[in-house]
Design a protein around this ligand. Structure first.
Ligand code: HMG
Length: 454
């Protein structure tokens, strides 16, 4: 597909740059952790796909991490506070039920840029589990399309993913923040402004008021994710065709027009399940259907089974064989696999993890000008949004961030220290803060105090 076949809206808006912050502590999953929890390390490394889990230090929370990613974004782009019109924050681990996390972030940034320097920027928090940041980006893109004062917007994802100790969710935890600079005529990605949505009420994952860890119905959450992303994909495909942006010809499939597919990454294997579901769904039509049938036989059809259980078994068996088929493995390696590279070393960072996928592709220099990137965002509860963007001519000249090297420089911690941090029982930092924002106290009213530590 050549770039000339792809249209972008008249006023092009999208992602100019991104910055990632990951805590400097990590816990390897194979070793002390796997032995203590009685889990085969192969399950964690291969079956789940995570090698190291990022762990927030005692002085870190969603606000301090958000301030760190924003500071790096501003420094990388020589951005001045008065240029920023909006700071939208996606998070599900905010430290306050009322006060917007962005106000804490602005308070921290003003320690560097001067008091009042952000006073003309507005900030709001988007809570929708792991899809909050994507809804923030969608909203900001509409605001930017109408913005006439030359301001830019910032979207920040920041979360500490936390499940109970020794639960099945524990090995999918992580922590980190991604800040996106969103503006007109962006250097990285121009949004095509087509959003396919899917929402339904689900109990797959939630965190009632007062709970510090999420309640998750794990297997059900996987299925909700797959249903929702497929629903959003269909909605996107319908709108893209109606707007004349993706119009498959005879025998062509919608995914033929996508160079990279980025999904929400709760753990890397989920990206494999999601892409298998989407390719299988999309390839049921077009020229690939005959090729797939030759390799795997016919897709089971519910109406042809009298016994529901027999149909479900046939379906599960077909899905397993599809995920091992040459057709799928080639498409996965070419369009999806590399998005999970950083997540293997970090774990789930909830609402930022799909953009960690984008950072993986950027750091590995896998995106080329003119390519179409499609994003399948998911948030429990549950919602999905499927949208697309076109890589811009300057994408290959934007400086890299050195993320793989920074991840190598982190400090490994023991299982005991991880558990103390997890339970909030470690009061002193494992690593003394340096050149970073740190939570230095919570006063008698519950207000949090942060300082930039030189
Ligand atoms: P589990 O019971 O730990 O794992 O649940 P499993 O038994 O399903 O095994 C996983 C895979 O490991 C399987 O692969 C096993 O075969 C394989 P598959 O058969 O599917 O190909 N395996 C092995 N592989 C190699 N060597 C071995 C071995 N043993 C087994 N020895 C689950 C996994 C993800 C459900 C659990 O960890 C969990 O509950 N996690 C938290 C919830 C979650 O991440 N859900 C994802 C979808 S919902 C979502 O993404 C939203 C979320 O981010 C929150 C938000 O929106 O805010 C979570």
């Amino acid at each position: 597909m050549s770039s000339s076949d792809k249209t972008v809206p008249k006023k092009s808006v999208g992602i100019e740059d991104l910055a990632v912050y990951v805590p400097r502590l990590f816990l390897p999953l194979a070793g002390e952790f796997s032995a203590n929890r009685g889990i085969d390390p192969g399950k964690l490394i291969k079956g789940i796909g995570i090698e190291r889990m990022a762990v927030a230090d005692a002085h870190e929370d969603a606000a301090s991490m958000a301030a760190m990613s924003l500071l790096e974004l501003m420094r990388r782009n020589r951005l001045r506070p008065e240029e920023i019109g909006k700071v939208y924050v996606g998070t599900e681990s905010a430290p306050d039920e009322a006060k917007a996390l962005g106000t804490y972030v602005i308070g921290m940034l003003e320690q560097i840029y001067g008091k009042g320097s952000f006073q003309e920027a507005s900030t709001v928090e988007f809570k929708a589990a792991c899809i909050g940041t994507t809804f923030a980006l969608e909203s900001l893109s509409y605001w930017l399309a109408a913005e006439e004062e030359g301001k830019v917007g910032v979207v920040i994802a920041s979360d500490v993913a936390k499940y109970p100790l020794a639960s099945a969710g524990e090995y999918t935890q992580g922590a980190g923040s991604v800040a996106l600079l969103v503006k007109s005529n962006p250097r990285l990605l121009a949004l095509e402004q087509i959003y396919g949505a899917f929402t339904r009420d689900e109990n797959d994952f939630f965190r009632p008021m007062g709970c510090t860890t999420a309640i998750v119905n794990g297997k059900h959450s996987n299925q909700c994710y797959l249903d929702a992303v497929q629903g959003a994909f269909d909605s996107f495909a319908f709108k893209a065709r109606r707007q004349g942006v993706i119009v498959p010809g005879d025998g062509e499939n919608v995914t033929d027009f996508m160079d990279h597919l980025l999904f929400h990454i709760p753990y890397p294997r989920m990206v494999e399940y999601a892409s298998a579901a989407i390719f299988r769904h999309d390839w049921r039509k077009g020229r690939r259907s005959a090729e797939i049938e030759r390799e795997l036989g016919r897709d089971p059809i519910a109406q042809e089974y009298e016994d529901l259980q027999k149909y479900q078994e046939a379906e599960a068996d077909y899905a397993r064989r599809f995920a091992k088929s040459q057709q799928f493995l080639q498409a996965f390696a070419a369009k999806v696999r590399d998005t999970a590279t950083l997540s293997r070393q970090i774990g789930n960072i909830y609402t930022g993890s799909i953009y960690l996928g984008l950072a993986s592709l950027l750091e590995m220099q896998k995106i080329h000008a003119g390519q179409r990137l499609c994003f399948g965002a998911y948030g429990s509860g549950c919602s999905a949004l499927f949208f697309s963007a076109i890589a811009q001519p300057e994408i290959e000249s934007v400086p890299l961030r050195g993320l793989p090297q920074r991840l190598e420089e982190r400090k490994q911690i023991s299982l005991q220290d991880y558990e103390l941090l997890h339970e909030g029982r470690k009061k002193d930092s494992m690593l003394q803060p340096r050149e970073e924002f740190a939570l230095v106290g919570i006063d008698h009213q519950g207000y949090r105090h942060y300082e930039y530590v030189q």
